[in-house]
Design a protein around this ligand. Structure first.
Ligand SMILES: [Zn+2]
Length: 163
């Protein structure tokens, strides 16, 4: 029995009442960049529904090459015009040193990680850096409505980070 089997089973039940038929262009014209952390459920935490937003997730909710690729597609092909960056308290990235992790990976596998360094410091500073990266990106046509937040995984509250 795989850990995946119960999820496939749950999907059978989910599909019974699935409405479908929505367009692939987000109705609320918003993209959310956030961490892959298992304690964050962007749809419920932000009061959006299926069909409302593009949600782009990675470890840390960082602005890396693939985040920009996804956002460029989101804005230029799917019509979004606003970006919410949400990082969070007690993020796993703050629990280890990125340079050491990269060195460990290379030592154990003989393969240098193909992704760049992910420096991760004080939470608010990380969010400010991410917002600044987006506001200055030449790849994105809509950079006025970009805002950054920290999600508290213990209270469920968002706090906006001012630039
Ligand atoms: Zn995280």
């Amino acid at each position: 029995m795989s850990a995946i089997d119960p999820l496939v089973q749950a999907n059978r039940e989910f599909a019974q009442s699935f409405a479908g038929g929505l367009p692939g262009t987000p109705a609320r014209k918003i993209a959310v960049v956030t961490c892959m952390d298992c304690r964050i459920d962007p749809v419920r935490a932000l009061g959006v529904s299926v069909g409302d937003a593009n949600v782009i997730r990675n470890a840390g909710g960082l602005i890396v090459e693939d985040t920009l690729r996804s956002l460029a597609i989101s804005q230029r092909k799917l019509g979004t015009t606003a970006i919410m960056v949400i990082q969070h308290t007690r993020c796993g990235l703050s629990t280890y040193d990125d340079a050491e992790f990269r060195a460990e990976l290379e030592a154990e596998t003989g393969v240098a990680p193909p992704w760049g360094p992910s420096p991760f410091g004080a939470q608010e500073d990380n969010v400010r850096t991410a917002v600044e990266q987006l506001r200055t990106s030449a790849l994105l046509p809509y950079t006025d409505d970009v805002r950054g937040f920290v999600f508290d995984v213990d209270t469920g509250l968002l706090t906006e980070v001012t630039q």
